[in-house]
Unconditional design. Structure first.
Length: 87
């Protein structure tokens, strides 16, 4: 099984972003982080990929938007996150 590509859009000083990254780090998952604090093309990219996204973080696993920190934690509690991450 190949390792899925994990991407996370974040902003500086965002506690929810820190929490989501900590969960991914605790699982040893590598991810690409896109800081959209100042807006720009990465923010526009996030909005194009997930138009209803109004907050950060926004986490994508293999191109599928799974949501924010609370959504990631819910997947973990439900026992579904490891399978999505190929663990």
């Amino acid at each position: 099984m190949s390792t899925p590509k994990v991407e996370i859009y974040t902003k500086m000083f965002c506690g929810y972003c820190t929490r989501a990254k900590h969960l991914l780090d605790s699982k040893g998952v590598e991810y690409e982080e896109y800081d959209i604090t100042m807006g720009g093309p990465r923010r526009a990219e996030m909005m194009e990929r997930k138009p209803d996204a109004m907050t950060v973080p926004q986490v994508f696993i293999d191109g599928v938007g799974v949501g924010g920190s609370d959504d990631l934690a819910a997947l973990e509690r439900a026992g579904k996150l490891d399978a999505m991450l190929g663990l």
